[in-house]
Structures are given as structure tokens and as C-alpha cells.
Design a protein around this ligand. Structure first.
Ligand code: NAP
Ligand code: ZN
Length: 346
């Protein structure tokens, strides 16, 4: 077995703290990565707090992993020692069902294996990227261009693909008015994609202080959602709303901002269900949709797109000792726009 150092939550009521555990040996199809940086996703906090479902403890969060390959199994073809590599939210799936065959491993009909807080196909818990090293089968490891800033690439593995995938699926681009709801880790990547794909991008935010930064990210308009006047001015105006909000919010109010035939795409995952009145939809033939992360081929496509267009996340690098304080800042919306742990501080 391989010794790994990590930060783990021992229960939903304790803070993350140092913890040692063992990873499996590198099998013939496996790649072992020395983790150099790991992004901090709001899903990490949802999961260590049991916001969605009872988790598997001890829990080592982290699914925005980048690092260097240190060992490969005999049958591995795509990677060699010293290559840069990434791992996102998925580490396995059946690879045989209709969805997996289309590269939609996130929707594997047998259920995918998530990078942490999941059981692998032999029933062993998975542990994520707030750790020194990880062993993952080759098919779930992504290639990362040395042209990109490595630390700022980490958030692409979740925040990046989760916003890229729906905008590609709904073919959002030139001629569309796109609203990004919530300017956090996911939202700021949504702005970058919307701009890169040629849409007219508006940020809908509860934080007036983010206006200047939103414009610097490329957003064309900024609306403070607590300001009635600003909100009324954009009623019925958007083709798409990409909703990245992590907490309860008034869906009916936001649906009123869509045009006829508009689509509200949920990617944020608030712990509690939200109410939607039928009248909010039927008046303008509106749709509410959802999208979960992205499959492996599309994640690689996104990373290659980033290397070509020089797109990475805007990050604040942190020492792992400050993880609990960083979660508190994330909940207050005080992060521009993603914390990334420097794993050398472990
Ligand atoms: P984040 O960095 O904390 O950003 C969330 C943003 O939402 C905040 O910065 C804030 O933006 C806004 N917000 C927070 N509370 C709000 C409220 N009560 N009402 C309105 N706006 C509010 O979080 P993240 O890492 O981007 O993740 C966002 C959500 O997506 C989380 O629920 C996460 O679990 C989920 N997620 C889903 C997937 C998927 O596969 N679909 C993947 C990854 C993450 P403003 O300050 O601009 O208002
Ligand atoms: Zn995530």
C-alpha cells in the first residue's frame, strides 16, 4: 500500500485536521500522481457538513486535483513519469453503459465513483485531493498543458467543466443574452466561457462590491439583485440563466428575468429543495434544467480549449492549515474566485 498524508474531517461536526491513510498500489491501468495543488469547491463544504446526504467519514475532500505523474502501471499508454496531470470529480464508472459510451461518465447508469465520499467498485471508500498523492485509473486522468499556470488550472477540473458543459450543451453563444447567477468559483468561470463563446453576459449578484471585478472578468453588465430598480430593468430579458447559487434562493423571481422560451440551468446544489410555481414557467414557455459536472472527453476538450485560449481560474493560493477559515470566507462570498491549496504546505 502507498502511505498518504491528508487533511480529513472525522465527522460532520469536526474541522478538517491532519490524517494519514493508505492508497492502493499502482495497478496495471493506474496512474499515481503527486498532488501539487487542489482547488476548494463549495461541494467540499456541503459534503463534510452532510448537507446533501450522510457522508462517509473520515472524509478527505478535494476534486480539483493537479500534479505530476510519479508512477504508471504496465498497461498505461497516455501518461509517463513527470507528466502534468489532473483529476476532477470522477475516478471510475462502468464504462459500458449507454451514457459511459458517449463520454457521459458523470451520468453512468450503474452510478459513477466520485473522487471522495464515494465507494469504489470494490466497496472501498475514496479519498480526495486534500492529500499528498492519489492513484487513479488512466481513463479518468486528464492531461494538462505546461503552458497553463498549474495552480490556476486546478479549479477547471470542477468549477470549469461544470459551467463549460451546460453552455456547450445548450449551444450558448453569439446572439444570446446569458445571465450568470452568483459570482463565486463556478460563476466566475461561467463568465469567462460566456464571453469566450460570444454571448452577451450579465452577472446577477448579491454582492455590489463584485461589480468592478465582474467587468474585469469580461462581463458586459452587472445587476445587484437586491436593487429593485436594477432588477426590473432586466425582467424578461435573458435567453439563459446559469444558476450557480449554493444556498436557497427565490427561483420564481429569477424565472421572471427569462425571455419567452428561456432556460434556467441549475448547477448550484443548495441543500434544500426550492419551490417553483407552475405560473412562473407556463406564462412564457420557460424551462428549468440542470447539469452535473461533465464527462471525461469533454473535460479534456475544455482543458485543451483553455491551453489554446489561455484561460485559467482567478485564484487565491492558501496554506492547508487555513482551510477552515477559508471555508468561512467562501460562505460569506469573500473569495476572488477560488481558493487553491498549495499541497507543499501539507
Ligand atoms: P461559491 O464559490 O461559494 O459561489 C456561490 C456564489 O453564490 C456566491 O459567491 C454568491 O455570489 C452566491 N450566493 C451565495 N449564497 C446566495 C444566496 N443565498 N442567494 C443568492 N446568491 C447567493 O460556490 P461554488 O464552489 O461556485 O459552488 C456553487 C454551487 O455549485 C455549490 O452548491 C456547489 O455544491 C455546486 N456545484 C455543483 C456542481 C454540479 O455538478 N452541478 C459542481 C460543482 C459545484 P454573489 O456574491 O455574486 O451573490
Ligand atoms: Zn466541485
Amino acid at each position: 500500500m502507498i502511505e498518504a498524508k491528508a487533511y480529513a474531517a472525522q465527522s460532520p461536526t469536526t474541522d478538517l485536521a491532519p490524517w494519514n491513510f493508505e492508497r492502493r498500489e499502482v495497478g496495471p491501468h493506474d496512474v499515481q500522481i503527486e498532488i501539487l495543488y487542489c482547488g476548494v469547491c463549495h461541494s467540499d463544504l456541503h459534503q463534510i457538513k452532510n448537507d446533501w446526504f450522510p457522508g462517509i467519514f473520515p472524509m478527505v475532500p478535494g476534486h480539483e486535483i493537479v500534479g505530476r505523474v510519479i508512477k504508471t502501471g504496465n498497461h498505461v499508454k497516455k501518461f509517463k513519469t513527470n507528466d502534468l496531470a489532473g483529476v476532477g470529480c470522477l475516478v471510475d464508472s462502468c464504462q459500458e453503459c449507454e451514457n459511459c459510451k458517449q463520454g457521459l461518465e458523470q451520468y453512468c447508469l450503474e452510478g459513477n465513483t466520485q473522487t471522495y465520499n464515494s465507494l469504489d467498485r470494490s466497496g472501498i471508500p475514496t479519498y480526495g485531493g486534500y492529500s499528498s498523492t492519489i492513484v487513479v485509473r488512466e481513463e479518468f486522468v486528464l492531461s494538462i498543458s505546461p503552458k497553463l499556470d498549474l495552480a490556476a488550472t486546478a479549479p477547471l477540473l470542477c468549477a470549469g467543466i461544470t459551467t463549460y458543459s451546460p453552455l456547450r450543451f445548450w449551444k450558448v453563444g453569439k446572439g444570446h443574452k446569458l445571465a450568470i447567477l452568483g459570482l463565486g468559483g463556478l460563476g466566475h468561470m461561467g463568465v469567462k466561457w460566456g464571453v469566450a463563446f460570444g454571448a452577451d453576459v450579465t452577472v446577477l449578484s448579491t454582492s455590489p462590491s463584485k461589480e468592478k471585478a465582474a467587468k474585469e472578468l469580461g462581463a458586459h453588465h452587472f445587476v445587484v439583485t437586491s436593487d429593485e430598480k436594477q432588477l426590473n430593468a432586466v425582467k424578461g430579458s435573458f435567453d439563459f440563466i446559469l444558476d450557480t447559487v449554493s444556498a436557497e434562493h427565490d427561483m420564481n423571481m429569477y424565472l421572471s428575468l427569462l425571455k419567452t422560451n428561456g432556460t434556467h440551468i441549475c448547477v448550484g446544489a443548495p441543500p434544500k429543495p426550492m419551490e417553483i410555481a407552475a405560473f412562473s414557467l407556463l406564462g412564457g414557455r420557460k424551462s428549468v434544467a440542470g447539469s452535473g459536472i461533465g464527462g471525461i472527453p469533454e473535460t479534456q476538450e475544455m482543458l485543451d480549449f483553455c491551453a489554446e485560449h489561455n484561460i485559467v481560474s482567478d485564484i487565491e493560493v492558501i496554506d492547508i492549515k487555513n482551510i477552515t477559515a477559508s471555508y468561512a470566507r467562501m460562505v460569506k462570498g469573500d473569495v476572488r474566485y477560488r481558493f487553491v491549496i498549495d499541497m507543499a504546505t501539507l
